[in-house]
Design a protein around this ligand. Structure first.
Ligand SMILES: CCC(=O)Nc1cccc(Nc2nc(Nc3ccc(OCCOC)cc3)ncc2F)c1
Length: 281
């Protein structure tokens, strides 16, 4: 029985997972961070295991943060179960979501989704609930986008990789001038001063809503990053997606107010989206 009695004196760090309790299965994807595989924890719990390629993240800082992240628990957040930090590469063990990234899901199911505004709005509301929880805990995501949300059974949508961007070492990723920086999801104050806040998450959320209602189109099409920066600085915003209700687009536009303080909070946004959803149905 794993629950070591408190008196045992062993500091049983509950965020530390014993790799011997993991069974690694098929690969789910890979990227510059390493490989992600499906797995079973303690024989029966479905997990995703991110095996962090060495040199991609400041591991000790991340392991410290993992203690906080395991405490962030919400139905619309991909649950961090723990880390295997005793050997390299470190493993990040999270809840498994069977339908993969929201971006791929939107693109693969465009035909059935394009005419289902109610479902698209529900997906946005689920992400908003997860983000409102993070906002309440003063936790900034820093890389909110459809590619960083995941879809589970019964069309559940959850936010993944919250806060992870702080530990990426590749400065092509972290500096706003870098080639891998998510320019198209960044507000002016991030482009100019890398000033992240829940209000910069709100801007990214507006872009995520646009991704959802276009069923996974690339924001600003094939425009180069420099051209997008110029447009955003001039106050140009993404156009209304073809089949998107006016009320929904008006909410997206509020997320793109040039001044952070003029953008809504996730708490307020959630109420507005729910009342629009009730009005539509
Ligand atoms: C930022 C890049 C990054 O992390 N990318 C990345 C790639 C892969 C998996 C994860 N993570 C997780 N994935 C799942 N489920 C998952 C299920 C199916 C799937 O299908 C792939 C083939 O489709 C035809 C992909 C993922 N559940 C939890 C995760 F945490 C993250």
């Amino acid at each position: 029985d794993r629950s070591v009695p408190a008196t045992a004196g062993l500091s049983h760090d509950k965020w530390e997972i014993d790799p011997q309790e993991l069974m690694l299965l098929e690969e789910l994807g890979s990227g510059q961070f390493g490989v992600v595989r499906r797995g079973k924890w303690r024989g029966s719990i479905d997990v995703a295991v991110k095996m962090m390629k060495e040199g991609t993240m400041s591991e000790d800082d991340f392991i410290e943060e993992a203690k906080v992240m395991t405490k962030l628990q919400h139905t619309n957040l991909v649950q961090l179960y723990g880390v295997c930090s005793k050997n390299r590469p470190i493993f990040i063990v999270t809840e498994y979501m069977r339908h993969g990234s929201l971006l791929n899901y939107l693109r693969r199911h465009e035909q059935s989704l394009v005419s289902n505004q109610g479902l698209l709005l529900d997906m946005c509301i689920q992400v908003c609930k997860g983000m409102a929880y993070l906002e309440r805990h003063n936790y900034i995501h820093r890389d909110l986008a459809a590619r960083n949300c995941l879809v589970g059974s019964e069309n559940t949508v959850k936010v993944a990789d919250f806060g992870l961007a702080r530990y990426v070492l590749d400065d092509q990723y972290t500096s706003s001038g870098g080639s891998k920086f998510p320019i198209k999801w960044a507000p002016p104050e991030v482009l100019n001063y890398t000033r992240f806040s829940s209000k910069s998450d709100i801007w990214a959320y507006g872009v995520l809503m646009w991704e959802v209602f276009t069923c996974g189109k690339m924001p600003y099409g094939r425009l180069k990053n420099a051209e997008v920066v110029e447009r955003v600085q001039k106050g140009l915003i993404l156009e209304r997606p073809k089949n998107c209700y006016k009320e929904v687009y008006d909410i997206m536009r509020k997320c793109w107010s040039p001044v952070p303080e003029n953008r809504p909070s996730f708490r307020v946004l959630k109420e507005q989206l729910i009342s629009v959803a009730q009005g539509l149905l």
